[in-house]
Design a binder for this molecule. Structure first.
Ligand code: GLN
Length: 245
């Protein structure tokens, strides 16, 4: 899709995966999502590399896919300012580059969020969501049934957030909660989908636990309908364990 000169569906150049602000956003090993994407590409014979974008770097708009992790309130605020100052991520998303936003990153990419002390902070405005603190922190396993076409298997992750996220008319839920809290505003939804952006409260990291979601993102990056399957018994085992837990 994006990514200067790479031939869609081919192997002619390297897929560049943006790991956005791992220095401030990346609780519970969310940086692992970028590793999973890179590994699943390499196992299928594609060259792939992770480009880390820290608070010292402007955010490039030329990468093929972007991942952002969760964060505590103060770190989340630093990340918000940086993404507002350097809007490369928003520009890439506008051109269709997939964006995976975990937990705090959903909040940061929305219109605004309120911190646990009730202070309202303007977000990046990429997705039509707002977030306010809920009475009780949501902590524990979350399991859901996907709503996004292309996903069939239950999604599983670990959630830990105080914010509850309300979706506006331009956004839809990623999944229906079957166990746990999810977005936490009473609509039974977990996560958000808007254009090429997918957000979820699931840590895990999410893509290690949910390979179907990883491959959906990668099929979009490569511009193909389907990817050759990977047989990874360890991943199947992890899923069985987490879904049983
Ligand atoms: N600080 C945010 C909240 O509590 C996000 C937490 C996280 O990313 N784990 O809602």
């Amino acid at each position: 899709m994006s990514g200067g000169g790479r031939v869609t569906g081919g192997r002619e150049s390297t897929v560049r995966i943006g790991l956005v602000l791992p220095d401030v956003m990346g609780t519970y090993g969310d940086g692992g999502n970028a590793l999973v994407l890179r590994q699943r590409l390499r196992m299928r014979g594609h060259d792939a590399e992770i480009v880390e974008i820290t608070l010292s770097d402007p955010v490039p708009e030329s990468l093929d896919i972007y991942t952002l992790g969760g964060a505590e309130d103060s770190a989340q605020r630093l990340a918000t300012r940086h993404l507002q100052r350097y809007p490369g991520l928003q520009q890439a998303a506008a051109k269709g580059a997939p964006v995976l936003a975990i937990c705090a990153a959903i909040q940061v990419l929305g219109h605004w969020y309120e911190t646990s002390t009730g202070e309202r902070v303007d977000g990046v405005g990429l997705i039509d969501v707002t977030t306010s603190p809920q009475a009780k922190r949501a902590i524990g396993e979350v399991t859901t049934t996907p709503l996004l076409p292309g996903l069939t298997a239950a999604l599983t992750g670990f959630e830990n957030h105080r914010g509850g996220t309300k979706l506006g008319g331009d956004a839809t839920g990623l999944a229906h909660v079957t166990r746990g809290v999810g977005n936490g505003v009473g609509d039974g939804l977990e996560g958000v989908v808007q254009g090429s952006t997918i957000g979820t409260y699931m840590h895990g990291p999410a893509l290690a636990r949910n390979p179907e979601l990883a491959d959906l993102l990668l099929s979009r990056v490569l511009g193909v309908d389907e990817l050759p399957p990977l047989h990874l018994p360890e991943v199947d085992q992890l899923r069985r364990e987490r879904l049983r837990a």
